[in-house]
Design a binder for this molecule. Sequence first.
Ligand code: FAD
Length: 316
Amino acid sequence: MSSSSATPSVESFEAVIVGGGMVGTALCALLAQAGMRVALVEAQPAPLSLESAINKLPNPRVSALTPVSQRLLTHLGAWPAMQKTRVTPYKGMHVWDAEGSGEIAFSADEAGVAVLGHIVENTVTLAALNNHVIGDSNVTTYFGVRLQALQRSSGSRLVLDDGRQLHSPLIVAADGARSVLREMAGIDVASDDMQQEAVVTTVQCAKPHGGIARQAFIDGRPLAFLPLTVEGNDHYCSIVWSTTPEHAAELSELPREALGEALGKAFGHRLGEVTVCDKAHRFPFGTAPCLPLCAAAFRIGRGCCPQYPSAGGPGG
Ligand SMILES: Cc1cc2nc3c(=O)[nH]c(=O)nc-3n(C[C@H](O)[C@H](O)[C@H](O)COP(=O)(O)OP(=O)(O)OC[C@H]3O[C@@H](n4cnc5c(N)ncnc54)[C@H](O)[C@@H]3O)c2cc1C
């Protein structure tokens, strides 16, 4: 990791990635593996380590990773460390309409595959990717710094808030949904407030999840119970309830016991009584499809469109 310097200096790279989330760090690992000299700029003060990535209570932010994502992470060398840390395979999926008008269930066995995917805490994925890029001789990381300016008069040059400057023909905006670099680069978005939020928390259910990802559609909006196995205990689920902002506000203000009852009822008590183990976190959803790409900078990742995909869906 580079350290702060009082004298502004310009360092050159074949690519500079701003944003060391899952997307930016995965791209950094891929480019470095392809032999490119890459800089990764991240506002967080330090990389997340595998040791600090997990607690007994799972991190509320999880992703459903499909076998395609698993292959990518295996290719990058990150998957074995993730497996050793904590990943929960799911072999079945049940989706139904709470009004009782439709239901679908399918399994890995029927599809002739080992698993449909894995539910993984985002911290686990990021820590494994960090573990991989740090120490890669093609990668220089800049933690604890923010982008201050983009200068495009002679190639592309990024000015960081500690005064350092990075020069590269390829600058990537992986700095999340409200990307500052995207704005600086003048890449337009057509944003659309979906009037939808996700309420996310971790619960324990009376019945074991059985390695099945479940999703109920309530008034057309999904409530997912994603299986998590913690130290052999397969009663944990990560909850993602996509709903209106008003309903999300109501849910997040409920005492835990009342939230557990609301979740159990909405879910038709398919996993029995629900005990909420964490506070209810709220995430706004919105779409922000990218308009034209410009020559020297581009943005990647769903961070530009923080929409929750259906469990095991295309986003996995
Ligand atoms: C409830 C919910 C459930 C989801 N479930 C799934 C799922 O099952 N499967 C799936 O594929 N996706 C899922 N998603 C989407 C997924 O979480 C996001 O697409 C993904 O986290 C985006 O990652 P990212 O690296 O692009 O952005 P982020 O995680 O937002 O990372 C951006 C990084 O940039 C850094 N940064 C920001 N500004 C600056 C700056 N100026 N200078 C330096 N660094 C900066 C930040 O510190 C951060 O580390 C879900 C999203 C939500 C909200």
